[in-house]
Design a protein around this ligand. Structure first.
Ligand code: SF4
Length: 363
């Protein structure tokens, strides 16, 4: 297979659907970890091709969705400072904080800039030596190498007016947390292919062993996902719980070694709060001591405080695979992409936004 259309071939999809029907003998619940996979599943109707015994639930793999409100508030506080140029990927600008978002800070005159690479923030810092440039370093293991490289280059080039607000999270501890919840329904995982392209999948093997769940490293196109589901169901039916790699065209077991090296040079593993889930031990990245001077929280002393989610938003239950978006009473009425109450409606990878765009009429 060489071209994208081949990964979307309807006849092959039907073959997978029939093959699944032949092997399923009882109900199974599988979680796709990544918001990109959720988006594909809902957009292409993959869940509607599955035998009724196979249920997909949507996991926490949307970095915008799991960034805690406290960090959004810190970003807003930094972006509102006179001397700060606040840089971010575009999808963070509309995530609602307690009373406003980064976009409204920009509208009120704050210098908030949308970038596609953290290295562009370094360039802005070099061009504006009298200002402080802060980059909002959000994401899973996928964005960590580029953010790490920006900090590495800042130190190497002596760029002192650059710092990052770190909100990095790690996938394996979140999967383990979900499996540890007493009411979890998850019996197998589709792991995120792009995360494993960076990190490899060795660290998933102890999770599969300990919790007796199959984990299939899976890509993002419809046929990738159908094949991943087929591999996962086949393991479940055979009573196996191993890590398998559906996305072998992109993922090696050891991952991308140079990318892993730069991550461990710049970051260390820390506890991190996940929006809707709570604090998960050893589930995030923070800057190493040697790079602490680039930590925006330390540089500006932005205070930590606890902020509650809007009461009617059930995004936490959705991110844990316990509810679906249309089970939220605010879905599509009080909560829409134009007026989101929770982050899972803001992000293009969020489950609520995916259901809003592709399933609203059905519901
Ligand atoms: S529809 Fe809106 S309020 Fe409901 S869970 Fe999703 S983001 Fe939260």
């Amino acid at each position: 297979m060489k071209f994208i259309d081949e990964y979307r071939d309807e006849r092959t999809a039907q073959l997978y659907s029939r093959a699944l029907s032949r092997i399923v003998t009882r109900p199974w619940t599988i979680m796709e970890v990544c918001g990109g996979q959720t988006h594909s599943i809902v957009k292409f109707g993959i869940d509607e091709l599955l035998p009724s015994a196979v249920t997909l639930v949507h996991g926490p793999g949307c970095p915008v969705c799991v960034t805690p409100l406290e960090l959004i508030e810190k970003a807003i506080e930094l972006a509102s400072m006179q001397n700060v140029i606040f840089c971010s990927f575009g999808d963070m600008l509309r995530v609602p904080g307690e009373s406003k978002d980064l976009l409204s800070v920009k509208a009120a005159g704050g210098d908030v800039r949308i970038l596609y690479s953290p290295l562009d923030a370094l360039k802005i810092a070099t061009e504006n030596p009298e200002r402080e440039v802060v980059f909002f370093a959000v994401g899973f293991e996928t964005t960590a190498p580029a953010n790490a490289m920006a900090v590495y280059q800042a130190k190497r080039q002596g760029i002192r007016n650059f710092s990052i607000l770190v909100s990095h999270v790690l996938v394996p501890p979140a999967m383990e947390a979900i499996l540890s919840f007493p009411d979890t329904k998850v019996q197998g995982f589709l792991a995120a292919g792009h995360v494993c392209a960076v990190m490899g999948y060795v660290e998933y093997e102890p999770i599969a062993d300990k919790y007796k769940v199959p984990i299939v490293v899976t890509g993002f196109e419809p046929l990738d996902i159908l094949q991943g589901i087929y591999m996962c169901v086949r393991q479940l039916e055979e009573g196996r719980a191993k890590v398998e790699n559906q996305y072998s065209r992109s993922v090696r077991k050891e991952g991308n070694l140079p990318a892993r090296k730069i991550i461990s040079e710049i970051f260390r593993v820390v506890p991190r709060k996940w929006r809707g889930v709570g604090e998960i031990p050893q589930s995030g990245l923070g800057l190493q001591e040697a790079y602490a001077e680039f930590d925006a929280e330390l540089r500006f002393g932005v205070a930590g405080r606890t902020i509650d989610e809007p009461a009617e938003c059930i995004s936490g239950l959705i991110l844990q695979g316990l509810k679906k978006p249309h089970e939220c009473s605010a879905f599509g009425t009080r909560c829409t992409p134009e007026h989101p109450l929770g982050a899972t409606m803001v992000s293009s990878e969020g489950a609520c936004a995916a259901y809003y765009h592709y399933r609203r009429r059905n519901n």
